[in-house]
Design a protein around this ligand. Structure first.
Ligand code: 13P
Length: 297
C-alpha cells in the first residue's frame, strides 16, 4: 500500500515536471519568435497626393524616418501607381532602408487588361509589398475571395510579399468578428504552401474604424490578433504563426499608436490618413521604435 502511494507520488511529480517543462518551452519559444518578428509601419496613401505633393512628402518622410529603420523595424511606403517608379529610385540610390509597396495589382503577368498593372511590372520598379483585400477594394470594386486568392498567389509566385487585409464591416462581438476574419483568411490565403504563407503580412482593419476616428480598444485589437495567430497556427503550425507580422489599421495615429504597439501581437500599423503628413507619420514610426521589442534589440 505504502509502496503504491510512493510510486503514484513519483509518477505525479514526473508528470507535473514534464508539463512545466513543456509549457515553459512553449512560452520561451513564443517569446523568442515575438522578439525576432519584425515590426512594420506601412503608409497607405490611397488615392491622395498629386505628383509634386507626393514627391515632397516622400522626401520629407525618407529623410526623417530612415534613421529609425532597421531589420527589426521596417517602414513601407505605398503611394499610388503614379509615384511608384520615382519613389523606387529615391529609395534605392542611395539605399534608405525604407521599402516600396503597391496598393493593388492584377493577377495575370501581362495581357489585354486595360488600366491594370501586373506583379512583374511592380517588381521592376522596386516594389516589394502589395496590398490585397483592402476593404475599399472589396466594397467599391467588388473584389471577392477568389480574385483575392489569385492576387495573393501571383504576388507570392513573383517573390513579392502580400499585405493581406481582413476585418469585419460593423462593430460586433469579438466572437463574430473573429469568425468573419477567419473566413476571409480561409477563403483567400489557406491555399498557400507553407513557404508562400511565410511571406504574408496580415493587417487587421475593422472597416468601421477606417477614416472614422473610432477604434476598438487596444486590448480588443490584441485579442483579435491573438485569435488570428491561433487560426494561422491551427493551419500552418505555431512556429510559422509566430513569425507572421500582424498589423493594425483603422484610425491609427500619433495619439493612439503607442498604446496599440505595446501589445505583443500587434506588430505595427497600416496607416491611412496619418501617413499623409510627414509629422504625423514620423510620430507613428517613433512610437513603434520606442517599444522595447524594437529599441532593445
Ligand atoms: P485610416 O488610418 O485613415 O483610418 O485608414 C486606414 C486604412 O485603411 C489603411 O489601409
Amino acid at each position: 500500500m505504502i509502496y503504491n502511494v510512493k510510486v503514484a507520488k513519483t509518477w505525479l511529480l514526473l508528470k507535473i515536471n514534464r508539463s512545466i517543462t513543456f509549457v515553459s518551452t512553449q512560452i520561451l519559444t513564443s517569446y523568442v519568435l515575438y522578439m525576432t518578428r519584425p515590426a512594420m509601419i506601412v503608409a497607405n496613401w490611397k488615392m491622395n497626393m498629386r505628383w509634386a505633393e507626393g514627391l515632397a512628402l516622400a522626401d520629407a518622410v525618407i529623410q526623417r524616418v530612415s534613421p529609425f529603420v532597421s531589420p527589426t523595424l521596417q517602414v513601407v511606403l505605398m503611394p499610388s501607381y503614379l509615384h511608384l517608379a520615382a519613389l523606387g529610385a529615391r529609395l534605392t540610390s542611395p539605399p534608405r532602408g525604407i521599402q516600396l509597396g503597391a496598393q493593388n495589382c492584377h493577377h495575370a503577368p501581362e495581357g489585354p487588361y486595360t488600366g491594370e498593372v501586373s506583379v512583374p511590372m511592380l517588381h521592376d520598379v522596386g516594389v516589394r509589398y502589395v496590398l490585397v483585400g483592402h476593404s475599399e477594394r472589396r466594397r467599391q470594386w467588388d473584389e471577392g475571395p477568389t480574385l483575392l486568392a489569385h492576387k495573393v498567389t501571383a504576388i507570392c509566385s513573383h517573390g513579392l510579399q502580400p499585405v493581406f487585409c481582413c476585418g469585419e464591416q460593423q462593430r460586433t462581438t469579438m466572437q463574430s468578428a473573429l469568425a468573419i476574419v477567419q473566413q476571409q483568411l480561409a477563403d483567400s490565403l489557406f491555399h498557400l504552401s507553407e513557404v508562400a504563407m511565410s511571406q504574408v503580412i496580415l493587417a487587421y482593419e475593422p472597416v468601421w474604424a477606417i477614416g472614422t476616428g473610432c477604434t476598438p480598444a487596444p486590448a480588443q485589437v490584441q485579442e483579435m490578433h491573438s485569435g488570428i495567430r491561433e487560426t494561422i497556427a491551427q493551419q500552418y503550425g505555431r512556429t510559422l504563426a509566430q513569425q507572421i507580422p500582424i498589423l493594425y489599421g483603422g484610425s491609427c495615429n500619433p495619439h493612439n499608436a503607442a498604446t496599440f504597439f505595446t501589445y505583443p501581437d500587434v506588430d505595427g500599423g497600416l496607416i491611412g490618413g496619418a501617413s499623409l503628413q510627414a509629422d504625423a507619420f514620423v510620430k507613428v514610426v517613433e512610437a513603434m521604435h520606442a517599444c522595447p521589442r524594437v529599441c532593445l534589440r
